[in-house]
Design a protein around this ligand. Structure first.
Ligand SMILES: Nc1nc2c(ncn2[C@@H]2O[C@H](COP(=O)(O)OP(=O)(O)OP(=O)(O)O)[C@@H](O)[C@H]2O)c(=O)[nH]1
Length: 410
């Protein structure tokens, strides 16, 4: 059936599909902003389109020259696409490689046209070179990435792999009786190549757009979840994620501990060293805290210099040890502002679900009370939350004491 398809109609359809995909990628690249790779893919597709056009309309230029030029352009097109994948992944750009590959293809085809005229050799060589380029692209795409980006990477990689495999089969078939006698002869192998190229064009362009779309969506999601200065969870996402952790823990009847932390006398640091140093000290503080965390722990910024830590699976005793390690670690590793040490300490309040229950706000309130107690008792210390039902009058007295001490010390 494939052999009955009209090659020039297929060629025209392929040219139209390639042109459409090139335009689609060019429009996407135009508005791509910081997204790297799309411009390469648009340019690569353009070169590929010119190559395919020349290949199926050999009368446009001298037929023999046409085949040399067409394959050079197609090799260059896939090479630039490969550069685009590397740019998308933030890898180096060996710009000269696609040019060298294209020149090599043209030189070989020139030899097998003008020195030794062998159509079979030309078919085999061009198929093998294009197959190698496609497999190089596939290799760059089979990477471990966060979902859903990995799906887009692997989907596009699978298409590149299929293209490469198809071209290898084409090279092998060129040695058999399935080989066409000329490039423009209506033949099953030629029709299959053009149909395959058409489908691959659509899938590859869609794969690249999907990769860009998923990466943008993931970046936006991350921005909406994180505090821009410290890259910890913001208050809203901390609340949402902590609530999920608490629901799961309640089902399993496992403990969860919440630690509320507040930098001591942070206003002094701002006043003495400036706001910029204050910002750097906050980032330093977060990186020191992170040294003591496991992958499942959640760290969020609750207010200016106030942070909340959720420790799933830890009871009061184990969590207090973590809190103490964080406190001591920060005291021992001050931030340096032009070789002057900027000493910083933390007050921490610890509340565990075993005593306070699994409600986020209740845990937060209890840890906040313990934090005020730490502040009132002189700062740079860890305090445990009072048992549920403790006298609220005591809590109020502690807050007043803490404020009084703060006012005296400032
Ligand atoms: N540099 C910087 N400072 C901040 C940021 N957010 C809040 N602050 C400052 O943190 C300081 C907090 O001051 P206070 O609430 O008086 O608390 P404190 O000086 O740490 O005293 P205690 O908490 O009582 O030990 C204020 O000066 C805020 O301007 C920030 O993102 N960057």
């Amino acid at each position: 059936m494939l052999g009955q398809l009209d090659l020039s109609s297929l060629g025209a359809a392929l040219s139209l599909v390639t042109l459409s995909m090139t335009l689609l990628l060019a429009v996407a690249a135009w508005h791509s902003g910081v997204q790297t790779g799309l411009r390469h893919w648009a340019v690569g597709n353009f070169a590929l389109m010119l190559g395919l056009l020349l290949n199926v309309n050999q009368e446009l230029v001298h037929p023999s020259l046409s085949i040399v030029l067409a394959n050079g352009l197609m090799t260059l097109g896939i090479g630039v696409t490969w550069l685009g994948i590397r740019a998308f992944k933030g890898k180096s750009q060996p710009q000269t490689w696609p040019i060298i590959a294209a020149l090599l293809t043209m030189a070989l085809l020139w030899v097998f046209r003008f020195e030794i005229d062998s159509f079979t050799a030309r078919l085999g060589i061009s198929s093998m070179i294009l197959a190698s380029m496609s497999l190089l692209c596939a290799r760059e795409l089979f990477v471990t990435a966060e979902q859903p980006l990995r799906t887009a990477f692997w989907l596009t990689g699978s298409i590149a792999l299929l293209c490469g495999s198809g071209l290898i089969i084409r090279a092998l078939l060129s040695l058999t009786e399935f080989a066409p006698t000329t490039a423009i002869a209506d033949n099953a192998l030629q029709s299959a190549t053009l149909l395959g190229a058409m489908v691959a064009q659509i899938w590859l362009a869609s794969g690249f757009i999907l990769m860009t779309h998923y990466r943008t969506t993931m970046a936006l999601h991350r921005l909406s979840e994180r505090d821009s200065l410290t890259d910890t969870l913001n208050r809203r996402s901390l609340h949402a994620r902590a609530s999920e952790v608490l629901v799961k823990a309640q089902e399993l009847q496992a403990p969860v501990t919440l630690i509320m932390m507040d930098a001591d006398h942070f206003k002094r640091i701002n006043d003495e060293f400036g706001h910029q140093t204050g910002d750097a000290v906050l980032c330093h503080m977060v990186s020191r805290i992170r040294q003591h965390l496991r992958t499942d722990d959640l760290l969020g910024r609750f207010g200016g210099e106030e942070f909340v830590l959720i420790l799933p699976g830890l009871d009061t005793d184990s969590a207090s040890q973590v809190a103490e390690r964080i406190r001591v670690g920060l005291c021992n590793q001050p931030w340096h502002c032009e070789s002057t040490p900027v000493n910083l300490s933390l007050s921490l309040g610890v509340a565990c679900s075993v005593q306070q229950g699994y409600n986020f706000d209740a845990l937060l309130g209890a840890a906040d009370g313990a934090l005020y107690q730490a502040k009132a008792l002189g700062r740079n210390r860890v305090e445990l939350a009072a048992e549920q039902g403790a006298d609220p009058g005591d809590q109020m007295a502690l807050r007043l004491l803490s404020q009084f001490r703060h006012n005296l010390e400032v």
